[in-house]
Design a protein around this ligand. Structure first.
Ligand code: COA
Length: 332
């Protein structure tokens, strides 16, 4: 089996800022309610002409530049996204053409709710580990504003748009160590879905409280399982594994979910107060929940801001419609 590393990152957010203040003029809400319940102050909203494809393309272009490779070196393009319009063909075709990638490479969307980036990364990771490819691009991109009902205060305050990308390459170092993915095809399948409600694309509909409870628990479970795939480690072993992790980059759905999960790590593993909280990377205040973009965007920003650095041990952990979930253990 081959090893694989992340050799470049890039991201993009639209220019238009939608603040809590502005939202409070659109629906019956307030800046205070949104900050207290979610940690979000503002989010970015794509322009009319922008799509998950155009945003993903810019993020990928930046990742290619950051990696210092030529576009023709990319052998496969895997895109985590939920907002390709229409569903066919994949959002990747225009990216391949627009950025001068080889026209015969495989490109496809992975649709797994907000866990799409974790899933896409795992697929790409394994294709390199198996020896199928040397260089693969992975994108997380979503335009949730296209499927958000701006008359529904329980959802419209949460979501935003954006994109992030990584370049993976076969390597001597064990960069992408392993991934752990899961789903919930039972009763939880309908807690978060698109309902037509007379609109052409349909709107996001969710049972927020139930998703919240699930998300907090599954974030903790997913991180522990990616550290201990057999699920056999005792408390002290798990604690030792967890202490080796430098930062956790979670899907940015709600600051309270992220901090709640951190508290659960601390109580379950007997860690000092604050130790898990300090590991959590948060971008939600500025960008809200931009679905598949949230993890690669947070990764790219964290590298630029020096919050994470080469050699750090990271966990990317996500959850979303499905209800899907997953985590990737990464040595940067
Ligand atoms: N502004 C003001 N009040 C609001 C509001 C808003 N934007 N949205 C909901 N409320 C109201 C509710 O109507 C409810 O009022 P009631 O008590 O009179 O019925 C009250 O606030 C509390 O609602 P509740 O749903 O219990 O609040 P909460 O603390 O669970 O926060 C969410 C709501 C949606 C922020 C939270 O449940 C959440 O983040 N869930 C996870 C959602 C998610 O991450 N989805 C995507 C996963 S990828």
């Amino acid at each position: 089996m081959y090893h694989v590393s992340i050799i470049g990152t890039g991201s993009y957010v639209p220019e238009r800022v939608l603040s809590n203040h502005h939202l409070s003029k659109m629906v019956d809400t307030s800046d205070r309610w949104i900050i207290e319940r979610t940690g979000i102050r503002e989010r970015r909203i794509a322009g009319e002409e922008e799509t998950n494809t155009t945003m993903g393309m810019i993020a990928l272009q930046r990742a290619i530049q950051n990696a210092g490779i030529r576009p023709e070196e990319i052998e496969s393009l895997v895109i985590g996204t939920n907002t390709t319009e229409p569903v066919w063909p994949s959002s990747g075709g225009p990216m391949v053409e627009g950025l001068g990638l080889r026209k015969d490479i495989p490109f496809f969307d992975v649709q797994a709710g907000c866990t799409g980036f974790n899933y896409a990364l795992a697929i790409a990771e394994n294709s390199i580990k198996a020896g199928q490819y040397t260089t693969v691009a992975v994108i997380g991109t979503d335009k949730l504003s296209a499927i958000t009902n701006y008359q529904d205060r329980s959802t419209c305050v949460l979501f935003g748009d954006g994109a992030g990308a990584v370049i993976l390459r076969r390597s001597d170092q064990d960069g992408l160590i392993r991934s752990y993915l899961g789903g919930n095809a039972g009763s939880r399948n309908l807690l978060l879905l698109i309902k037509k409600n007379g609109s052409p694309n349909g709107y996001i509909s969710m049972e927020g409280r139930k998703v919240y409870i699930f998300a907090k628990r599954i974030m903790v479970e997913s991180c522990l399982r990616v550290l201990d795939p057999a699920g056999t480690a005792g408390k002290s072993e798990l604690r030792a594994l967890f202490e080796q992790v430098d930062k956790i980059i979670p899907h940015q759905a709600n600051a309270r979910i992220i901090m709640g999960a951190a508290e659960e790590f601390e109580s379950r593993l007997g860690l000092p107060d604050g130790e898990a909280k300090e590991k959590m990377i948060m971008t939600i205040e500025q960008y809200g929940n931009n679905s598949c973009a949230s993890i690669p965007l947070a990764l790219d920003l964290s590298i630029r801001e020096g919050k994470v650095k080469k050699g750090d041990l990271l966990i990317f952990v996500g959850f979303g419609a499905g209800l899907t979930y997953g985590a990737n253990l990464v040595r940067l």
